[in-house]
Write a new protein. Sequence first.
Length: 213
Amino acid sequence: MSSPADPDRYLSVEDGPETELKVKGSRFLGRVFRIASADEAHGRLQSLRKRHHSATHHCWASRLGLPESPTERFDDDGEPSGTAGRPILNQLLGVDVHDTLVVVTRYFGGAKLGTGGLARAYGDAAAMALDAAPKRVVLREARLSLECGFDDVGAVEACVARAGSDVHRVERAYDPSPNLTLFVRRSRAEVIAAAIVEATAGRAKVIRSHDSW
């Protein structure tokens, strides 16, 4: 996951299987999805609503975006305030996963659980679903677009070699002139770019085009 010691990685999930928790006759079905946008989260939720159209509630929480500025949302879907969406979100925060949607679908079993019982049930169902979902480490990288003369290719390649594992991959083109695209660790992008410019006495042009993950 992302941390001060490793700012180039964070933890996310793959889509998980449906899990089931039974509490006093009520069924709580949990699902975890990897999402890339709020629209995708909405689509996943609507698909579950159609699949479990006779269920009583579809409560959910999501955490979307980069670790330093995530957008966190939740919804109780008609359950008493604070008894469903917030406990689900707390489980998301506890495992520190991002780009994730957790939905807990409830089929009411006839016995009321009380606010404390509901919060425990939704939290436990979310935890069960998150535990069952495969985790994935997301590597954050920057793309450096590089132009140089043929005489400077050797110096550039030497810089790439010295950067070692900080360079994830390189795309090379030499027609009509050398053009290289470097995919590098996000936190090392400026250092690598500066080294290339220095090694070529400023002749190489390096542009940080965008970050990806």
